[in-house]
Design a protein around this ligand. Structure first.
Ligand code: HEC
Length: 116
């Protein structure tokens, strides 16, 4: 019994792991590229990854948005349309528009923030 079962079991585990690696790869974000783009755009002037500055910490934003449907779409819109942003002192101004020529780069930054 054992002799015939074992190879099949291993094959199943191997297949499952392979699928896992493939799907993880497909949604992998390039954290370094995301942070480089954020640096270029001075996002860190108002945001920390873990620390609130004038803007909320990105990890907090991630927690809030991960629970929402269309989080990626909402954040992309936020970063490309200059929506009103409310500052801690209560004043509002248009949020900085992310400068990037490449939508894939924008998506990578949004996905990275959501992955925090
Ligand atoms: C001048 C300061 C400032 C800069 C620069 C800035 N932000 Fe913000 N950001 C804010 C503030 C303030 C909020 C809070 C908006 C609110 O809750 O109304 C915010 C909110 C956000 C949110 C959450 C949006 C939401 O709907 O809750 C994200 C994501 C974000 N910023 C990303 C970025 C990125 C990426 C950059 C760089 C391109 C950037 N920010 C640059 C001040 C800034």
């Amino acid at each position: 019994m054992k002799l015939t079962q074992t190879p099949i079991t291993y094959a199943c585990i191997a297949a499952a792991l392979f699928a896992l690696v493939l799907s993880a790869d497909a949604c992998a974000v390039d954290a370094e590229a995301a942070q480089a783009l954020a640096k270029q755009n001075n996002c860190f002037r108002c945001h920390g990854i873990d620390k609130d500055k004038d803007g909320p910490a990105w990890r907090k934003i991630a927690v809030k948005f991960k629970a929402m449907p269309n989080a990626e779409e909402k954040l992309t819109k936020h970063l490309t349309s200059g929506e009103k942003a409310k500052f801690p002192d209560g004043h509002e101004e248009d949020h900085k528009i992310l400068k990037s020529d490449d939508p894939a780069e924008t998506k990578n930054l949004v996905d990275w923030i959501l992955s925090l």
